[in-house]
Design a protein. Sequence first.
Length: 200
Amino acid sequence: MNLHRIIDIREADFGCEEHTDGPHALLVFEDGDKLEVSEQWISEQEIKEGKYVWIREDGSFLKAVRVVGAVIMSEKCFEESAKAAKMIFATQRGYGDLKDGWEFPGGKIEEGESPEAAIVREIREELDTLIKVERYIDTIEYDYPDFHLSMDCFLCSIVEGNLILKEHEAAKWLTKENIDSVDWLPADITIIDKVKSLME
């Protein structure tokens, strides 16, 4: 796996070697691997123990952000036909560099928290709704320009609550037929085909 959790940050032992980009440090990972990086990069990316780094096959690396996404599914009836259809809940991001993009709601996993617990907490905080995790769908691994996103996605159902928007600009219930009608964020769109198969 290319996702590595940092358990220690040590001073790098260079001997006589000098680096043009300043002092370096050694990141020690949970799996025993190590990576030498500049102290400037550590400071700029706010790297600390417990955080993650994504290392590509070519040796290049990015700060990694571990998050969870909820594919909240419900069966809704259309008044004109009274026929039930499976629908998923999509939200429009209301802040940051990815503002206005559509995504599956969720958020960051806190230290010591399981992905399942994180998604239940995040949906309660963001949408004032209690959900039940039905099952794991997949993990999205996606490189944005400045960071790597690792998102565990779960199929979820509503236990109680009305999905009240606290942080998002807008939201929609989407069917399999119109799921492609919104401008999904680049990472989220990679799982849309799997979500469609769940809606059959």
